[in-house]
Design a protein around this ligand. Structure first.
Ligand code: LCS
Length: 394
């Protein structure tokens, strides 16, 4: 169905879906590694591009294509590239856009391995990286060098919740001849559409909000431009980090409720953030929906809602945070985020353990920082769970 002129909720349900010979109402799982050619000529034409038939699942597969076209419609992009994980999406983009002697400027608060793979792996191929707090665009301008090719931004950032001005970044990228890549995992296209604000590439860990049910790992990339699309797709196919048809089926099912889940989770998050802000044991809290957030005004204009991620610190520091995490019962002590269930974790010792202490301090990933991913349970139950855990801290 052509959903080009349809609303976001209609796209969630129908974009990318296609009719098959059985009249299937949902896109089936095409669990096959390879596809029959009608003839040797047809096979040759598929390879040369004269025919657009399917060849081999690492290259393309109908279930995966349905998801790729669904997410491209949601992000207002040209087309999507689905990957085995969010990290596979990130490394495919790095691989396609960076080369020996090139330089990338990245947000300093990014998912730990997104930084680690540049520092520990791409550095071996003479790719340079500079990490700055992109919430202050002056820092970006200072970091750009003659060999800078990519500006990579995560907003809101994991786990500091810092917000970067995407329109300002797009302007810098245009003026300096860079490609702007945005990790939109924390917002999803329901709350933020980076391509509409001038980004060249948007990517996701679909493990999080897009799939939303904490049952698969996956990633996706969407570009605005067909040439850039070809380049990144080539890297993904050659590195072999494609999504699997069953993963694609799962995420096609999960994404249908994206708007409903996010609406519900962010209503809960606003209540929980207000509760935490007023709690005597809480030293600080960063949630984009609280006026105390340093980029609250920017969040209001750049995002269509404040999401369900927050970070906070307790007056008792790490020890108090550790006790809180050990004493919650409803919230699950686990990494990952963006699912229907509430999760709590400690980035300094968990998701960002691979980032050096010095770099964590510089990026604001302090030892006392506790990250909370609010689910769609009843807000009152989540607050009651936190309250009983707080009583154990005395
Ligand atoms: N981008 C962001 C913003 C992320 O939070 C993550 C994973 C990734 C990319 C990588 O995606 P994956 O390969 O795991 O699908 N973030 C995680 C986190 O905060 N806890 O566990 C994983």
């Amino acid at each position: 169905m052509n959903t080009k002129d349809k609303g976001f909720n209609t796209k969630l349900i129908h974009a990318g879906a296609f009719d098959d010979e059985f009249g299937s109402a949902t896109v089936p799982i095409y669990q096959t590694s390879t596809f029959k050619f009608k003839s040797a000529r047809h096979g040759a034409d598929c390879f040369s591009g004269k025919s657009d038939g399917y060849i081999y699942t690492r290259i393309a597969n109908p279930t995966i294509r349905a998801f790729e076209q669904n997410i491209a419609a949601l992000e207002n992009g040209y087309d999507g590239i689905a990957t085995s994980s969010g990290m596979a999406a990130i490394t495919s983009v790095y691989m396609a856009l960076l080369g020996a002697g090139s330089h990338i400027v990245s947000s300093d608060a990014v998912y730990g391995p997104a930084r680690g793979v540049l520092e520990q792996d791409f550095s071996r191929f003479n790719v340079e990286a500079t990490f700055v707090n992109t919430a202050n665009t002056e820092n970006i301008l200072k970091a750009i060098k003659p060999n800078t090719k990519v500006l990579y931004v995560e907003t809101p950032a994991n786990p500091t919740m810092e917000i970067t001005d995407l329109k300002a970044c797009a302007k810098i990228a245009r003026e300096k001849g860079l490609l702007l890549v945005v990790d939109n995992t924390f917002s999803s296209p329901y709350l933020q559409k980076p391509l509409d604000m001038g980004a060249d590439v948007v990517l996701h860990s679909i493990t999080k909000f897009i799939n939303g049910h904490a049952d698969i790992v996956g990633g996706v990339i969407v570009t605005k431009d067909p040439e850039l699309y070809k380049k990144i797709r080539h890297s993904m196919v050659y590195m072999g980090c494609n999504m699997d048809p069953t993963q694609a089926f799962m995420v096609l099912r999960g994404v249908k409720t994206l708007a409903l889940r996010i609406e519900r989770a962010q209503q809960n998050a606003q209540k929980i953030a207000t509760y935490l802000q007023n709690h005597p044991m809480v030293a600080w809290i960063k949630y984009p929906g609280l006026p105390s957030h340093p980029q609250y005004e920017l969040a209001k204009t750049q995002m269509d809602g404040f999401g369900s991620m927050m970070s906070f610190g307790l007056k008792g520091g790490y020890e108090a945070g550790r006790k809180l995490m050990d004493n919650v019962h409803l919230a699950i002590l686990a990494v990952s985020l963006g699912g229907v269930e509430t999760l709590i974790q400690h980035p300094a010792s968990m998701t960002h353990a691979g980032v050096s202490h010095e770099h964590k301090q510089a990026a604001g990933i302090t030892d006392d920082l506790v990250r909370f991913s609010v689910g769609i349970e009843d807000a009152e139950d989540i607050i009651a769970d936190l309250e009983q855990a707080f009583t154990k801290l005395d």
